[in-house]
Design a protein around this ligand. Structure first.
Ligand code: OXD
Ligand code: MN
Length: 590
């Protein structure tokens, strides 16, 4: 298979001339191709067969121990004008970056096969989808891209029809951290990634294309590329509302996307549908609502912590046809990670397990699996038009201050809530307690342009005729004085989602406070949940003094974006700060 598109063939030829591979393979995405790749990787040791009785079609990949995560300090956005990349990105001049990368790529594929991967992010026939081609010398990347994207012949046909695609060039190189860079050229729709085989750095369709390049492209085309899950909540009457939610990492996005309703809700007929667990592309439709697709076709999820308690749906999803990366294994060769029952015998580096070496599975060990295997996978995920979004949620890990849920009074206030979001570190994690790291819209590592322009782009969606979703901020991680979580989380989060949907449908009045609308007394359904009245009150308290300090800090953070910060966002921060100065009852939920 080669292409009928001159620009693609020309690029492939140019890359081959530079990297000098022994062979070029155009990926067609077929089962035969996948099986051959797996056999080849089993022989080379890139994959290890897991217990095929308990985990049919499952394999383990062990990465280089120094190549286990995204490398933000080596990730660059190379716009012509440095100011366009913003303080939220590392920047290099495009010519300098090309020269640096091309020197690394020179001859790097000698003796290796160069794979050409045409892929489509999003349903193949959706106007919201976008295509790309990744060139790589890693068969592991090919196997993962096949699961994570719509890869192969249909994508190539679309690329030939449209003539436009994102060019991603990747080589694992020597896996030397000193010779590792992940470079984006948003104005050229291209990516160059060298020296890492780790998912977020090497599967270029995911963070590099679907977030950094796409967010830049979305800005000029009037849509949004966001770090959000998409979940459908179906009520007993059979009506489904779709919610898009942004959380920084380690806040349970995959768990929320696959939530299992509490027993009482299940009996009543509530259902939850998974549309996406990480990335959401949204665009205003003809009716003014935002329509969303999940550009991905699979999950690249964090394994540790995935258990029957936290996410039984994920556990079922990964019981077959899954590539595991950097997990431990048991005596009978089953994949294992912290949070699962059983005992590991071999750790993620292939050593006999010894607790003195740290966790058995790497904390960022992963599973790659087709979304179609998820028991709650929504048929609407394949819908070319996308799903209409009723509500947007922002959230972070905030042990104090932030209530369980609050609703923005309008879109501008919602954008402020998203811009201000972040997670507090704990002593266990960093040694410094209560350090708040702002991560606007959970896009800090992924926004491909200046955050000030990004906030302005969000605000610009609010125009005549727009029927924008309601915006909420949630906090599942509020702690009591004893350091224990106040809210049980997991499936119980559906209670909060139900209140949000009631707000969307105009069926819940709420209580207005200076920071937003909170549930009024009795509006959060708590039947079947043992939650003391004082705990609920604490979860819904508005601490005026604490919020005044918070608003001041938000103002300082916004000012760090200088003249590109939209004036109305700063005004919105001042509006909330002023509202907090007006004395009123401290508790919204008296
Ligand atoms: C992430 C991921 O790092 O989804 O956000 O892998
Ligand atoms: Mn993510």
């Amino acid at each position: 298979m080669t292409s009928k598109l001159d620009s693609l063939d020309q690029w492939v030829n140019d890359v081959a001339a530079m990297t000098r591979p022994a062979k070029i393979h155009w990926c067609d995405g077929s089962d035969t191709e996948y099986r051959a790749l797996v056999q080849q990787m089993l022989q080379s040791g890139d994959l290890i067969e897991l217990n095929q009785q308990t985990h049919p079609g499952c394999y383990l990949h062990r990465s280089s121990p120094s190549d286990v995560a995204r490398v933000e300090h080596l990730t660059f956005v190379c716009t012509k004008d440095e100011a366009d990349a913003g303080p939220n990105n590392h920047w290099m001049a495009p010519a300098e970056a090309h020269a640096k990368m091309d020197a690394l790529f020179d001859g790097c594929m000698e003796g290796r096969t160069m794979y050409v991967i045409p892929y489509c992010m999003g349903p193949i026939d959706s106007p919201l989808s976008r295509c790309g081609v990744e060139i790589t010398d890693s068969p592991y990347v090919v196997a993962n891209m096949r699961t994570m994207t719509r890869m192969g012949a249909p994508a190539l046909a679309r690329i030939e029809r449209e003539g436009r695609f994102v060019k991603g060039l990747h080589s694992t190189g020597e896996l030397d951290p000193e010779r590792r860079f992940i470079i984006h050229f948003p104005e050229e729709l291209s990516i160059k990634s060298y020296g890492s085989g780790y998912g977020g750095n090497a599967l270029l369709g995911k963070k590099c294309h679907a977030l950094r390049i796409a967010s830049h492209q979305a800005r000029s085309e009037g849509w949004l590329a966001e770090h959000m899950l998409i979940v459908g909540i179906e009520n007993p009457q059979g009506e489904t509302h779709y919610v898009a939610a942004a959380f920084p990492s380690a806040c349970g996005k995959t768990n929320l996307a696959m939530l299992i309703p509490p027993e009482g809700y299940r009996k009543e007929g509530w259902r939850v549908w998974t549309v996406g667990d990480d990335i959401c592309w949204m665009r205003p439709g003809a009716d003014g609502r935002l329509y969303a697709i999940n550009p991905e076709a699979g999950f690249f999820g964090v394994a540790p912590g995935t258990s029957t308690l936290s996410n039984p749906n994920a556990l079922q999803t990964i019981s077959r046809d899954t590539i595991f990366t950097n997990v431990a294994v048991t005596a009978d060769n089953q994949p294992w990670w912290e949070g699962l029952p059983g005992t590991p015998v071999t750790d993620w580096q292939g050593r006999p397990y010894d607790p003195a070496n740290g966790p058995a599975a790497h904390p960022n060990s992963r599973f790659t699996v087709s979304a179609k295997q998820c028991p709650t996978w929504s048929p609407k995920a394949e819908d070319a038009q996308g799903v209409p979004i009723s509500a947007i949620m922002f959230g972070g890990r905030r042990p104090s201050l932030l209530p369980l849920v609050m609703e923005a009074r309008d879109w501008t206030h919602g954008v402020l809530m998203g811009a201000a979001m972040g997670s507090e570190t704990t002593a266990a994690a960093t040694g410094a307690v209560g350090v708040l790291r702002r991560d606007s819209m959970a896009m800090k590592p992924f926004c491909g342009y200046h955050y000030g322009d990004y906030f302005a782009h969000w605000l610009s969606l609010d125009k005549p005729g727009a029927k924008l979703p309601k915006v909420f901020h949630v906090n599942w991680f509020r702690k009591g004085k004893d350091g224990k979580f106040l809210w049980p989380g997991f499936g119980e989060n559906l209670r909060v989602l139900e209140w949000m949907i009631a707000r969307v449908e105009g069926k819940a009045g709420g209580v207005e406070t200076p920071i937003g609308t909170l549930p009024a007394h009795g509006e959060l359904k708590l039947e079947g949940l043992e939650l003391p009245r004082e705990t609920l009150a604490e979860l819904l308290t508005v601490d005026h003094a604490g919020w005044q300090t918070e608003l001041h800090a938000i103002g300082e953070y916004l000012d760090s974006f200088g003249t590109r910060l939209p004036a109305n966002l700063r005004q919105e921060q001042q509006r909330v700060a002023q509202a907090l100065e007006t004395p009123r009852k401290a508790a919204a939920h008296a």
